[in-house]
Design a protein around this ligand. Structure first.
Ligand SMILES: *Cc1c(COP(=O)(O)O)cnc(C)c1O
Length: 419
């Protein structure tokens, strides 16, 4: 059959207006929790401005709504991993500073000037490309990244001063920042984080001694872990920024770190019961028949699976909150579904759960994201980033004075319009 002979189907609108209600799984993001977290973090940062990290769709929370609410809370510095993420924010109306943390391709710097983005200079080649590309009328804003021990991106502390000096005198370049990144700041009392910080401080002292004209607009080193474990010394620079990501979303790398600040998890992940069955003792459940009912059991099928970001590795370990009780996920987690053992069919719980009822996979009133991360042998970052795009995001904002504040932020300010 020749390809051209296949008729093109007419365009059909397959998205009814309330299509999200047809999806059995929801990620609800509490923007009020994000407002709370940003206030807590700002207090922690003791006068250093926050640079809000909204890469990977704001760690799965939705980059545009999260950036809007952060702007509303006074945040004016944002960072993403890749230029495309920054373009999305610009096109949604964000007029604040946006740093792209990833390394640029030296041949593709146009996007930075076209969209007024701050660029990471991570090598001498990137610095030369920046010097060639920038024009006094349309300067390229650069943040020079120094590798003090992360081993990922950046200039060595030895080569950085020369590169920074050349950039500082380039007419088409604005030295917007000098920065580094910690490898081990999530570990309380990390000696290596202190070593990295000392290397960075030595570099700043060297720049200071070399020339008075070298004054980056900002200096930044701290991520959430450094802010919570090391504290003041990680932002004791001139014009400091604190790059905080995970804590904005009310999380930290571990539950232990979380306990160091009053953070409120913003995301709640829920799924509805799509089917119920009562099975005899010995009945196998799900792929591989790995689990068999130990007694007559009421089994609920939830409309959520690894295709939504509920990790398959949590099979045999996970639990959910349903009908007011914590119940185990049984059998292998499938792509679109998983099964929950409600217990013997005559218990009040087993008798009361109905199709359409909601189970909490993580979030307030349910297991925490730390629980899910430990069942899946990973970190909370990977869980929230992994909630797939097919999961509808629903936003709530419980903060009382929200309406008043949104009325004040007039759309004519050239920045985000109200939610
Ligand atoms: C992701 C990232 C951050 C934010 O880290 P958190 O642990 O989420 O605070 C900060 N800096 C860089 C360079 C990053 O890539």
């Amino acid at each position: 059959m020749r390809i051209e002979s296949i008729p093109v189907p007419p365009t059909i609108d397959c998205s009814p207006p309330d299509k999200d209600t047809l999806v059995p799984v929801t990620a609800t993001v509490d923007l009020g929790a994000i407002r709370h977290n940003v206030r807590v973090l700002r207090e922690r940062a003791e006068g250093a401005d926050l640079m809000a990290i909204v890469k990977a769709d704001a760690y799965g929370h939705g980059a545009v709504p999260v950036t809007r609410v952060l702007h509303d809370e006074g945040v004016r510095h944002f960072a993403v991993a890749r230029p495309a993420e920054a373009v999305e924010l610009r096109e949604a109306g964000c007029g604040d500073r946006i740093l792209v943390l990833g390394a640029p391709f030296p041949d593709d710097l146009g996007v930075y000037t076209d969209y007024d983005l701050d660029m990471t200079v991570s090598s001498a080649d990137a610095a030369e490309a920046a010097r060639r590309h920038g024009r006094p009328a349309r300067p390229l804003r650069v943040h020079v990244k120094v590798d003090t021990g992360m081993g990922r991106l950046g200039l060595s502390p030895e080569e950085a001063p020369g590169v920074i000096a050349r950039l500082a005198e380039a007419p088409g370049v604005v030295l917007a920042g000098v920065w580094t990144h910690f490898a081990t700041a999530d570990e309380p009392e990390s000696a290596f984080a202190q070593t990295q910080l000392s290397r960075f401080e030595a570099l700043l002292a060297e720049l200071d001694a070399a020339a008075a004209e070298i004054r980056p607009e900002h200096v930044h080193a701290a991520n959430t872990g450094a802010l919570l474990t090391i504290g003041a010394r990680t932002h004791a620079f001139p014009a400091p920024l604190v790059r905080t990501g995970i804590a904005l979303y009310g999380l930290a790398a571990s539950a232990e770190l979380h306990a160091r600040a009053d953070l409120r998890p913003a995301m709640r992940f829920t799924a509805r019961v799509t089917h119920l069955q009562t099975v005899d003792a010995g009945t196998p459940i799900s792929y591989g028949a790995q689990w068999r009912a130990p007694r007559r059991s009421r089994i609920a099928t939830l409309g959520v699976g690894y295709g939504d970001g509920y990790p398959r590795l949590a099979s045999g370990r996970a639990a959910v909150r349903i009908g007011g009780e914590e119940r185990p996920v049984v059998g292998t987690i499938c792509m679109d579904m998983c099964m929950v053992d409600l217990g013997p069919p005559d218990t009040p719980l087993a008798r009361s759960v109905e199709v359409g009822d909601e189970a909490v996979l993580f979030g307030p009133d349910g297991p925490t994201m730390y629980d899910v991360a430990s069942w899946a042998e990973t970190i909370p970052y990977e869980i929230c980033c992994g909630i797939s795009p097919r999961v509808p995001r629903r936003y709530t904002d419980a903060s009382e004075d929200r309406d008043a504040r949104l009325r004040e932020s007039s759309p004519s300010s050239g920045n985000f319009s109200p939610l």
